[in-house]
Design a binder for this molecule. Structure first.
Ligand SMILES: [Zn+2]
Length: 352
């Protein structure tokens, strides 16, 4: 059910694949918001002026984007005290008057990001103010990726891994192929198989400068279950009772889903906390871990080099010893272990 405030902000509804495509509806929303919401139009004008630079690193390359309007997000205070004090910008009752969204399967509002990194950059926010947590939302992640099939990749930032609203559950969507690792993972020799269960595979990314675990398959339940196994094993290896730190990219094509998970060890790299000339403001989320590194200050954009990129990835990723332990533990899994995760996947539209 939606309350009056949500109703006021609905531009269109998406309940399934029978009507217009989700990508088409989002395109209509974006065009409308550029006309009716001056801040959004200004955000997209600023995006047209961003600068890009490729940085070759050993075994891989990244792209760096100088995008001054991201300063708010990259320096956002996300400690519990600061979060408590600020008004939640994803709650439908707090949205600016001109901001409209697409009601997605009755439970989420798809919004245009007013400080975009991409020409089509959406935030998919839960209608409820519930914290960022992936376990119970993997089914929706896959469903969204399927509804955006071939058009957009869906992103998840863990509450301590780049989410600027850790208190309000949300995903983001970026144009397919806009994040460098998506193309890199299609290259030969980039994935080393760890496990295969009934047609769903788990692999480790190779020569990427940061650990990445990749789940691929055409069966939604298999992909969700194997991803849950990875997260569960991360909890054990890290002795972390809550959600292990991570970023996720999820895309869908005719051949099925690909979930790319970056296990994290820290929120921000050393260079973020240094002072004066030593400070570089990079605060990695899923986009940056995917190889599109966002800098909001021109100096940071200019000085960033291969060594610094490697340091960023090393500082914020799960360390090598723990990654090795995690991969070993996953290699030891047998399909029998996966059975207890059965029935965890359920389509969102089937919920009461
Ligand atoms: Zn909220």
């Amino acid at each position: 059910m939606t309350d009056t405030k949500v109703e006021d902000g609905i531009f269109a509804r998406f309940d399934g694949r029978a009507g217009p495509s989700l990508a088409g509806l989002c395109g209509d929303l974006l065009a409308d918001q550029k006309r009716t919401w001056p801040s959004l139009a200004a955000g997209h004008e600023a995006l047209a002026a961003v600068r890009l630079r490729d940085i070759p690193c050993p075994g891989f390359s990244v792209r760096v984007q100088f995008n001054p309007q991201r300063i708010v997000s990259s320096t956002a205070r996300v400690d519990p005290e600061s979060i408590r004090k600020r008004k939640c910008f994803l709650c439908s009752g707090n949205l600016p008057l001109p901001q409209k969204g697409i009601l997605y399967r009755r439970e989420y509002l798809i919004l245009c990001n007013p400080a975009p990194i991409f020409p089509r950059h959406y935030t998919i926010a839960s209608l409820n103010h519930v914290p960022q947590s992936i376990d119970d939302h993997l089914d929706v992640l896959l469903l969204l990726a399927e509804d955006f099939s071939g058009d957009a990749t869906v992103l998840y930032n863990g509450p301590r891994s780049g989410a600027s609203a850790p208190d309000h559950f949300h995903f983001q969507a970026a144009p397919s192929g806009a994040i460098p690792i998506e193309g890199i993972l299609d290259e030969k020799g980039r994935k080393k198989r760890i496990l295969r269960v009934d047609g769903t595979s788990l692999s480790r990314g190779m020569n990427l400068g940061r650990p990445a675990l990749i789940v691929e398959g055409s069966d939604a339940r298999g992909v969700v279950d194997l991803t849950l196994v990875v997260i569960d094993e991360m909890r054990k290896v890290l002795q972390e009772p809550g959600e292990p730190m991570m970023n996720i990219l999820c895309s869908h094509w005719e051949s099925g889903w690909r979930v790319t998970l970056f296990p994290r060890g820290r929120h921000r790299p050393d260079m973020f906390d240094r002072s004066g000339d030593e400070q570089v403001l990079i605060s990695p989320g899923a986009v940056d871990m995917g190889g599109l590194i966002i800098t909001s200050r021109e100096r940071d954009f200019r000085i960033l080099d291969s060594k610094m990129v490697q340091a960023v990835f090393r500082d914020v990723s799960l360390d090598e010893a723990k990654t090795t332990a995690l991969v070993r533990a996953l290699q030891g899994k047998k399909s029998r272990t996966l059975e207890r995760f059965g029935n965890r996947v359920g389509k969102v539209e089937a919920r009461p």
